[in-house]
Design a protein around this ligand. Structure first.
Ligand SMILES: NC(=O)c1ccc[n+]([C@@H]2O[C@H](COP(=O)([O-])OP(=O)(O)OC[C@H]3O[C@@H](n4cnc5c(N)ncnc54)[C@H](OP(=O)(O)O)[C@@H]3O)[C@@H](O)[C@H]2O)c1
Length: 243
């Protein structure tokens, strides 16, 4: 601001000098008055800008306070009376999520593809966490697990459903692949996920709960040949249609 004032002052002075040379009647007195006027103008500009700066600081602090308050208000309370069902908890993200939510006191219903995975998870978690065996591409298995869930959650319903289970399928160059290479991956990653969601939807509605479908960057960009990429695009579209 001060730099701006100095530039203004110097260039105004130059203008006055030029004007005096053009107009012979110009006298030093007028030039002096002009300079005083510009000095006053510059000072009030500096005064205005410092009060504006403080106002801006106050507005920014207020904004930070509102954002913090909003984020705090989004944090859930009473986690201990909420049920969350997760698919594919043998390994990877599903396994880690089941452990994390269990640590935070939620009632986790963890489904694993194998007995071995379920037993291992049970050993590593609290008695709150319950496991079941589920192959999401098997409709009969899905509906029997849905009955198991509804018996446990009762009138409370299911607060969270996490569709995590998926397989990578074949990632060989397209020319090497056959229709069947696509079938298995789409059966698990797409039809399995849809089956689990639709079967458990009444329980989720009861609790006015949330559905989390685990997608991937492969649901936004065509990066990998084969069914996986296609399946993750489907996850995106299915999630959009659920909204
Ligand atoms: N890892 C990544 O970099 C990455 C990146 C983007 C998105 N994702 C997504 O994140 C999710 C988890 O991936 P992850 O890396 O944790 O993979 P992961 O370790 O292979 O976990 C997937 C889980 O699903 C299980 N599963 C496989 N087929 C199943 C079926 N038919 N029914 C039920 N469960 C089945 C697997 O059991 P088994 O172990 O017994 O086979 C495994 O426990 C997936 O949806 C994946 O697409 C992963």
């Amino acid at each position: 601001m001060i730099l701006f004032y100095n530039i203004l002052d110097v260039s105004a002075y130059n203008a006055f000098v030029l004007w005096r040379e053009i107009d012979p009647d110009w006298n030093r007195n007028k030039l002096h008055k002009g300079r005083l006027f510009l000095e006053e103008l510059g000072k009030s500009l500096v005064r205005i800008s410092s009060s504006t700066m403080w106002l801006l600081v106050l507005v920014l602090l207020g904004l930070l306070f509102v954002i913090r308050w909003y984020r705090q208000s989004q944090i859930l309370e009473n986690l201990s009376d909420k049920y969350v069902f997760i698919t594919g908890c043998d390994t990877g993200f599903g396994n880690l999520l089941a452990k994390q939510l269990d640590k935070r006191g939620m009632k986790v219903l963890a489904s694993c593809l194998t007995e071995k995975g379920a037993e291992k998870l049970k050993k590593e978690t609290s008695s709150r966490l319950q496991t079941t065996i589920l192959d999401i591409s098997d409709s009969k298995n899905v509906s029997s697990v849905a009955d198991w869930v509804s018996r446990i959650v009762g009138d409370r319903g299911l607060w969270g459903l996490v569709n995590n289970a998926a397989i990578p399928g074949s990632m060989a160059p397209l020319g090497w692949q056959k229709k069947n290479d696509f079938v298995k991956v789409l059966e698990v990653n797409v039809l399995g996920m849809i089956d689990v969601t639709l079967t458990l939807l009444p329980q989720v509605r009861k609790a006015q709960g949330r559905i989390v479908n685990v997608s991937s960057i492969a649901g936004r960009l065509a990066l990998i040949p084969g069914g996986y990429n296609i399946s993750k695009y489907c996850v995106e579209v299915f999630s959009d249609t659920l909204r």
